[in-house]
Design a protein around this ligand. Structure first.
Ligand code: DON
Length: 572
């Protein structure tokens, strides 16, 4: 049994003063940073991070650790850790090889372009979010096992063992997970399998400190451990999943499962002030938009403007506005739609795109329809690993919304995603994250829905400097942009770069989202004076994103879990 009390966040004495006294490019350490020599894993669950480190200590590399942590997250962070969802893994090996595994969910063969439109021709939002029709064919198991086989050192059995144990023997529920489950209990209990998993036998809600066991999930994980992808996409697990679909009007068939493949893709590569950026290609929009925005911003002295200053926010917001407008039009699954990737990430295109930028004046997003800002809680999750050899992994994984479709597969004990909502159900209508899409992201059988996930690795002269990424739907890309800029432009220590207040703009709705207490009234007034609409202040304390990141500083590794959320960095 794993206890949570043991896994407290480590604090380190700030070395900021020393950093100030020394010339660039030192970043310093900062508070809350874990320092280690041989390896770090940072994720949204301290237990899962410890699992990753235990795997490294047993001879595993950064990939083994990332895979073990991801399977552990499916147990200890059920809101987003998953085997019933999908994700993207970016690997950079010590020899400079960069590999990208796309294990995004796909639309089932029976999916149709207008499947979420009601009689009035408008999207029926519940259908793509909370029903069995919302579920894309899961990709996580295929991707994690493919990555393990290609780049890992350890056996499947070793890497899956901690997750199986955590599910079978249980772990003590931390506060945040207990209250997440309690707050969503009615929704999670709509079907018997959800009730069985998330309610105590007497029907009451779990509280922090209760032992949480997941017997069916343990058995499913064991089948995966023994049989590999066949333990999920075929045999008993597949039968249980298909029965779940058939009993409740879902679309996924045995054929869909058997035909699912993860895809090794070419990374998005860019440069920013001499640093090498590697990030996620389509079907995520993350890497393309990140590089596009960095290209637009490169000619400006962001460091000189000061982090959080109105001038800096204005520059970034104008880059974000243009990049997200392009997202709506040009980005989708490249196997179904000709995404002009090379153009979008070129420096020439950025110059062209930003030529109408006015340093002191806001531009206006063309209004398609009034929108709400994305107040969804972050329910994707990102983990970063780095080992002693210099191998690094950035992995973002998701069920989409918190606890996905809130549907547990009867008998198999895992939650199903509601990733179909990331498609554009109808041109120019907004999804859960108020993102607009068009033809490029329309629904088609076998197609991958467009994502914003942005697992990113930054290097300098061939050495990894930063491993980062985040959940947050549409806000993922701007979160990563700010972490990267804080490190490169403002030379912040990792803890500061990650903790620094964040803002977000996504073209539509045309207003800046700012974290509560993150920005002074003066800054906000200055932005309004430039013509920006009144910023929206986030109404919940957790803020934007959850960027669990690792940075190399000289011969040390620094790791941090985003202070906005529970979670932890482990290392040795
Ligand atoms: O792939 C995507 O972009 C979304 N499904 C990610 C969802 C997410 O980050 C949830 N957090 N708010």
């Amino acid at each position: 049994m794993y206890t949570t009390g043991f896994f407290i966040k480590r604090r380190q004495v700030s070395h900021c003063l020393i950093t100030l006294l020394l010339a660039l490019p030192l970043w310093g350490v900062g508070p809350d940073v874990l320092r280690a020599k041989s390896g770090i894993v940072t994720s949204r669950s301290m237990i899962a991070s410890e699992v990753g480190i235990s795997i490294m200590k047993r001879g595993g590399n950064a990939v083994d650790a990332a895979v073990a942590t991801a399977f552990a997250l499916a147990v200890t962070y059920p809101s987003a850790g998953n085997i019933g969802g999908g994700g993207f893994m970016l690997i950079r090996l010590a020899d400079g090889t960069i590999a990208v595994n796309d294990h995004r969910e796909i639309a089932p063969q029976k999916a149709t372009r207008d499947m979420y439109l009601g009689a009035d021709g408008e999207p029926v939002r519940d259908l793509s979010r909370s029903t069995h029709l919302a579920v894309g064919v899961p990709g996580s198991v295929a991707g994690l096992l493919d990555a393990l086989e290609k780049y890992g050192n350890l056996s499947r059995a070793m890497v899956l063992e901690p997750a199986i144990l955590l599910a079978r023997e249980g772990f003590l529920l931390p506060d945040d997970i207990a209250s997440q489950i309690k707050n969503r209990l009615a929704d999670l209990s709509r079907f018997p399998a959800g009730r069985e998993l998330f309610q105590k036998p007497d029907g009451s809600a779990y509280v922090a400190g209760d032992l949480f066991t997941q017997e069916n999930l343990a058995k499913t994980l064991k089948r995966i451990s023994q049989l590999g992808t066949a333990g999920f996409y075929e045999g008993l697990t597949a039968e249980l999943l298909v029965a779940e679909m058939e009993n409740h009007g879902g679309l996924i068939t045995h054929e869909d499962l058997k035909n699912y493949r993860s895809i090794w893709r070419e990374p998005i590569l860019g440069t920013y002030r001499g640093y090498e950026i590697a990030s996620m290609p389509p079907p995520s929009s993350g890497g393309v938009l990140l590089v596009m925005m960095l290209n637009m911003l490169e000619k400006f002295d962001l460091g000189g403007m000061g982090s959080g200053s109105p001038a800096l926010i204005h520059h970034m917001v104008e880059a974000e506005r243009r990049a997200y407008a392009d997202r709506a039009q040009h980005l989708g699954d490249p196997d179904f739609y000709p995404v002009p990737i090379e153009t979008l990430i070129s420096k020439e295109y950025a110059r062209f795109r930003f030529q109408d930028f006015q340093p002191g004046e806001a531009s206006r997003s063309e209004s398609i329809e009034a929108g709400q800002m994305p107040f969804e809680s972050p329910e994707t999750t990102h983990l970063s690993t780095m080992d002693a050899q210099g191998n690094a992994v950035a992995l973002t994984t998701t069920l989409n919304g918190g606890y996905g479709a809130r549907i547990v597969v009867e008998g198999a004990g895992f939650l199903l995603n509601n990733e179909m909502d990331d498609f554009s159900a109808k041109p120019n209508t907004m999804n859960m994250y108020q993102l607009i899409g068009r033809e490029a992201n329309s629904i088609a059988p076998g197609k991958r829905m467009l994502s914003s996930m942005t697992p990113t690795i930054i290097s300098n002269k061939g050495e990894v400097v930063l491993v980062t990424g985040s959940p947050g739907g549409s806000t993922i890309i701007t979160t990563v942009l700010q972490v990267v800029s804080n490190v490169i432009d403002h030379r912040m220590a990792l803890s500061d770069a990650v903790a620094h207040p964040r803002f977000h703009h996504q073209w539509l709705p045309d207003s800046i989202l700012v974290e509560k207490k993150g920005f002074s009234l003066d800054s906000i007034r200055a932005l309004q004076k430039m013509g920006h609409r009144k910023p929206r202040v986030m109404s919940y304390a957790r803020g934007l994103g959850d960027a669990n990141s690792i940075m190399r500083v000289d011969d040390q590794l620094h790791g941090i879990s985003d202070p906005r959320n529970a979670g932890g960095a482990a290392g040795y």
